[in-house]
Design a protein around this ligand. Sequence first.
Ligand code: HEC
Ligand code: HEC
Length: 433
Amino acid sequence: MNKSTSIAIRLGTILLAAMPIANAFAGGPSDQTVAHRDRWNAADIGILASMHLGQLPQQPQDPSNAVEGSRAASELGKRLFNDARLSKDQTVSCATCHDARNQFQDGLAVARGIGVGSRRAMPIVGSGHSPWLFWDGRKDSLWSQALGPFEDAVEHGGNRARYAHLMQTFYRSEYEAIFGPMPDLSQSARSASPLGTPAEKAAWAAMDPKTQAGVNRIFSNMGKVIAAYEKKLTHGESRFDRYVQGTVSGDPSAQQILSQQEVNGLRIFMGKGQCVTCHNGPLFTDHSFHNTGVPPRDLRNPDRGRAAAIAKVQKDEFNCLGLFSDAKPAQCQELRFIVTGDHAMEGAFRTPSLRNVALRPPYMHAGQFSSIEEVIAHYVKAPTAVVGHTELANAGAGHSERRPIRLSEQEVKELAQFLGTLSGAIVEVPWKQ
Ligand code: HEC
Ligand code: HEC
């Protein structure tokens, strides 16, 4: 099967899935006496309905995290998320780079913690919908993801033995209320990790396996409570959602919610822009990885993206199949059936959600573009990829899978304006009393 049929089939599936949705929306026969400004055919209505926020299911349950539905866990997780004591020099918390007042991002091209990283921070809202975390998907759960920054030399810069001791000092009672008695740390070095500096590695190797397991247990539970907090974050309605609601249910006045330019942009998004082939569903992402030829930040050491991540997630001791996972092996389908050896993953990155995108420049995995117009100009230019092969069709390159994306200056503006309609509040879902 070539790529274009697979794209057509993917869209077809979206459409079929969306049809009953469109019907479910309709309150009754639409009022034909009032003129509709925007005419959409049945197929378009189906696609529009499939992108409405109401189609977003609850974030799927993670069988590898037994406490993700616990209120106590979520509350503790929120405190850990904001606690800068959990870093090498007590200056960095998760919130340093994921600021709740700033779309859970930092507005920087590449993140800055203890040191400077090589990729852009990602919004956390809705991440639980994706089977793979990070731009390259090198983690298979939210809780396992959270452990990465803690030990990353340029992010929190600490090590797991130190965190286990800090948890014992600051959060013992909260921890024990959720997980039961803390493992005994009396034999544990205060600073040790299998991933750290040579000294930290040596200290780790010198610890007995039982103490190592105790430290790992506390460390992995830190990730699990943070994931329980992150799962409470979700998107509120945008103007786009209100427009779709009105349009699908045949309310002509609701069409005024978007300007004519924004609607033109929406048509381009679904049509000649081909954006919807990757940015689809209520989060505007297919949760897959694509090479779109975004120029690497460091040309001498280009980022291989997904291709380099597959082996990492497979051998991660905190993955779904690992000792600290609460899942049965049969529940780890994504990891067990992970696709390896696919050349298309060379230089591929995860399709980001486009909800709230206008509120969080700069863009792409290393903040390569500072405005949405620049992003769209990239799609029109479709440059040759530095690593692997871009999926985008370059006008001169004779690609068969896709057509080149040709847009006038006016159309670029309208498309950017449309993306601005996807902004809404970020909601921390309250607990039922
Ligand atoms: C120094 C800045 C920095 C700090 C501190 C930091 N992050 Fe991040 N975060 C990033 C960057 C950069 C990425 C993307 C990295 C990549 O893809 O390699 C990211 C990605 C993520 C993702 C992935 C989202 C997705 O959809 O895949 C989550 C979730 C996340 N961080 C949560 C956390 C948590 C929890 C903490 C604290 C334990 C934390 N981050 C600390 C910068 C930071
Ligand atoms: C082949 C799949 C594909 C198509 C088609 C596509 N995108 Fe993307 N989009 C991606 C991927 C993958 C990324 C992340 C790339 C990276 O960081 O290297 C991305 C990133 C973006 C971003 C940046 C978001 C952020 O948080 O950094 C925007 C905005 C965007 N796309 C809009 C569009 C628009 C508008 C179109 C249509 C003109 C489009 N995309 C077509 C896959 C696609």
